[in-house]
Structures are given as structure tokens and as C-alpha cells.
Write a protein that binds this ligand. Structure first.
Ligand SMILES: [Zn+2]
Length: 456
């Protein structure tokens, strides 16, 4: 166990500094050059080209043609598959070969937003990890709609909703097919979103049944628009990350993931501010992350800060001098590029970082003690020994604060070596009262932090 015995004056000074600094976690302040280099490869030209190609399928409605080679969801899925297969074939020999799989599920048995029973296509691209016992999921929806949700033949371009999310997944496959990562990254191209989140429900249930070792799910749905209709507000350096709002939910796993994405963005994409939104989704609307949350997975939605209702779900038309429709010409591609970088920074750090520590506890919760003793199970290597390459970092925050701090005041070294105590746990005694702070611990490997475990 680590001991810390400061003088009263030093402790008082330390505490006042802690209260005033309010800085975010510091472990990841030094960017990993491999990740920085990967982010620099996100290309505005590529992203534009994907979205032009996707719009050219006229509609990608879930009930649209699956046989027309040029129009409809069938042609769109084939396009996504062809692009990803081409990158998989040219993947770096340093990494396991990415795998592209066509997946189908049946909908319409229960009516709803379907006029018939139909088998619909989805796509799953797996970028296997080199060590991988965990998976990180990126998700976006293929399908589009206009005002009439049952109209499967009219022009429904879906440039932003959700061509922007698909472009994020395509860039991820293109770039990561050249980079070996420790953990597996899966890109799920889902259909049925506009008909009732059917594709993501199918994938979430499949993941649960098959026991996918999912660490995090990032659903990207509308990440390329910067204008708010009605108010004409424009925000091109802010992006929202929604994490579910449930009773007692300030420290849900999804919320830890949302904070993690924000922290990584602050290091790797400092000109894009991640705004944490402590809601499951927007008013009267939902998203594909929700079925993963419902099945018990850690899932968030990444979404533009401003929404333009003259674009989303509109028929392409001009009415009273106003142009409607979700066309690429209204998108902000440099904004979209930054949002793709936000995704990549989170995904790559999660992949290189360790697992979440297990059984994090406040060991002296029942004692009147102004020190807080934290304990957790050490992470083991594949031979069952304590992994000495992993260190731990303590995070804390006052009870009314949203984000973790790890910049502890002078003298408090909150980086903990993996030394087992007599209880078999790793322990850390922190001279801050458990009454005044929430605490969490996370594992760190070569500067890459994992997701934190809240000590309870
Ligand atoms: Zn959408």
C-alpha cells in the first residue's frame, strides 16, 4: 500500500490547489505519435467522395430495391462491402486481415413501419486485434427516409443522416487496415434505423447471444451538419456525445465512455469540443446506441451539436423559397473530418489501453477516516501473473462535478504500481475524504488509459 504522510500545511496547500485547478486527467497529455499520424490520414476528399457515392443510390430506404445494381439499399450495401473488401485485401501484413461479412435479418412480421415481411441486409467489418480479448464497436446506419417513412422509392439522399456516420466507418476501415491494434474494432453498418432501430436491435441481440466481449459502442448518427434551422445558430467546433440518463446514473459505464471520448478529443483533436449530453438521446427521438444499452453494453451516440430540420427526413424540394432535403451541399466537411478524428482517437486509445479494473472499492467505507483507501483486483497477464507493464491512475471529482480530475496536487502521486497488498488487491491511500469526492481507478499501459472503474 502507498503511504502518504504530508504535513498539515502541505496538505492544506495541496487541497486548495486541487480545488482550484480543475484540470482533466493528465496521463494522456502526451499524444501517441502513431495515433496522431493515423488521425492525419482522415481525408476530406475521401469523405466527400463516399457521401457523393452514397447519395447516388437515390434512396437507401430499408424497403428499397435489393436487386437494382444502381439504386436502393442493395446497391449501397454492395458499395460499402466492395470498398471495405478492397482495403481488407490491401491491409498491412503487420496486422490480421480485416473481414467483411454480409448479415441479414427478417423484419415485418409484426407490421409496424413495414408493409411486408422482408429480409434486409447489413454489413459487419471486423478489424481483428493482435492480442484482442475485447471489442470496440463503431456503428452507423445505412438506410434513409423522407417525410413519409414508408416511401421507399423517392429520392432520399441521406447525406448527413447517416451518410456522415457511414463515412466515419469507411475512413476507419481504410486507415485502421494499415495499423495493427491490440484490440478488435468492429464496424457495424446497420439498416432499419428509420423503421424503428431494427438493425441495431438485431446486432445487439446477436452480440448478447454470442457473448461478444464489447468494451464500448460508439454510434455515429448525423455528424456532418453545423447549422441549426430556426435559430440559425452555427456550431462547427462542438459535437455532442449522448450517454444514457437513468436513475442514479451519473456514473454509468456509458457515461464513463462519454467522458473518455471527451478527454481523448481534448488531447488529439483540441479544436473540436466534445459536449457531454447526459441524456439517452434527443427529445422524441432515439438512436442505435439504445438497443446496445438495453442489452447491457456500454454505448453512446456521437451527434452534431446543431440540427437542421430543413434537411433531416425531408422531401427534396423548394417551398416558399426554402430549400429542403438532406443533400451533401449543406454539409460541413471539415467539421465531419474533425468528428471522425474524435472517433479514431477514442477507438485507438481504447484499443491500446488496458481493460477496466475489477472490483474497485472504497476499502475503508465503514471507517471514520479522512483518508480514502481504494482497492481493486490487479490485472493479470496471460500467464496469470500480475501484469507489471500496467500502472493505475486514481481519478476523483467533487460530487457536483461532471468530469474526473487526475491532476492531483503537489506531492500526491496518484500513479500506482501494481503491487499486491496482503488482501490480494492493489491498494492506494488517498488523503482526500470519501465524503467529499467520488473516486475511480483506471489502468494505464504505455500512456494509453483504459476506461475507469468507479470505486463504491
Ligand atoms: Zn439517423
Amino acid at each position: 500500500m502507498r503511504k502518504f504522510l504530508p504535513t498539515f500545511a502541505a496538505l492544506a496547500a495541496a487541497l486548495s490547489l486541487l480545488l482550484s485547478c480543475g484540470k482533466g486527467p493528465s496521463v494522456s497529455k502526451n499524444a501517441d505519435p502513431v495515433i496522431t499520424e493515423a488521425l492525419s490520414k482522415v481525408s476530406e476528399d475521401s469523405v466527400k467522395a463516399y457521401i457523393d457515392d452514397l447519395v447516388s443510390f437515390h434512396t437507401r430506404h430499408t424497403l428499397s430495391s435489393q436487386t437494382d445494381p444502381e439504386k436502393g439499399i442493395g446497391a449501397a450495401v454492395q458499395y460499402l462491402s466492395d470498398r471495405c473488401s478492397q482495403w481488407a485485401k490491401a491491409a498491412s501484413p503487420q496486422r490480421p486481415r480485416p473481414k467483411v461479412e454480409h448479415i441479414r435479418y427478417t423484419v415485418g412480421e409484426n407490421g409496424g413501419r413495414y408493409d411486408r415481411i422482408v429480409s434486409v441486409p447489413e454489413l459487419m467489418v471486423t478489424l481483428p486485434g493482435t492480442e484482442g480479448d475485447r471489442e470496440i464497436i463503431l456503428m452507423a446506419h445505412i438506410d434513409t427516409r423522407i417525410i413519409d417513412v414508408m416511401d421507399s422509392t423517392s429520392f432520399a439522399p441521406g447525406a448527413d443522416d447517416d451518410g456522415s456516420g457511414l463515412a466515419c466507418l469507411l475512413e476507419t476501415v481504410r486507415i485502421l487496415s494499415q495499423i495493427p491494434l491490440k484490440q478488435t474494432v468492429k464496424c457495424l453498418f446497420v439498416s432499419g434505423e428509420e423503421q424503428g432501430l431494427d438493425g441495431s436491435r438485431h446486432f445487439a441481440q446477436k452480440a448478447k447471444t454470442e457473448g461478444w466481449p464489447i468494451q464500448a459502442v460508439l454510434s455515429n448518427d448525423m455528424i456532418g451538419n453545423t447549422r441549426a434551422s430556426g435559430t440559425l445558430l452555427r456550431e462547427d467546433h462542438k459535437v455532442r456525445v449522448f450517454s444514457e440518463n437513468i436513475a442514479g446514473g451519473e456514473d454509468t459505464d456509458s457515461r464513463q465512455l462519454a467522458r473518455y471520448i471527451k478527454e481523448m478529443a481534448s488531447v488529439y483533436v483540441p479544436d473540436q469540443e466534445v459536449v457531454l449530453n447526459y441524456r439517452s438521446d434527443r427529445y422524441r427521438r432515439g438512436g442505435d446506441q439504445q438497443y446496445f444499452q438495453r442489452e447491457g453494453f456500454t454505448a453512446v451516440r456521437v451527434c452534431e451539436y446543431c440540427e437542421d430540420y430543413e434537411r433531416t427526413h425531408q422531401d427534396v424540394r423548394t417551398e416558399n423559397g426554402v430549400d429542403y432535403g438532406d443533400l451533401a451541399s449543406y454539409m460541413d466537411f471539415s467539421y465531419l473530418v474533425r468528428n471522425i478524428k474524435v472517433n479514431l482517437a477514442a477507438v485507438m486509445n481504447l484499443s491500446e489501453g488496458p481493460a477496466r479494473p475489477r472490483n474497485a472499492r472504497i476499502a475503508n467505507a465503514n471507517e471514520l477516516d479522512n483518508n480514502t483507501i481504494l482497492s481493486w483486483d490487479p490485472i493479470l497477464d496471460k500467464d496469470g501473473n500480475i501484469d507489471t507493464g500496467i500502472k493505475y491512475q486514481i481519478l476523483c471529482r467533487e460530487t457536483d462535478k461532471s468530469e474526473w480530475m487526475a491532476e492531483f496536487p503537489m506531492g500526491i502521486d496518484n500513479i500506482v504500481d501494481p503491487v499486491r497488498s496482503s488482501s490480494g488487491k492493489v491498494e492506494f491511500s488517498c488523503p482526500l475524504s470519501k465524503d467529499n469526492y467520488y473516486f475511480a481507478v483506471r489502468a494505464v499501459s504505455e500512456g494509453h488509459p483504459g476506461l475507469p472503474a468507479v470505486a463504491r
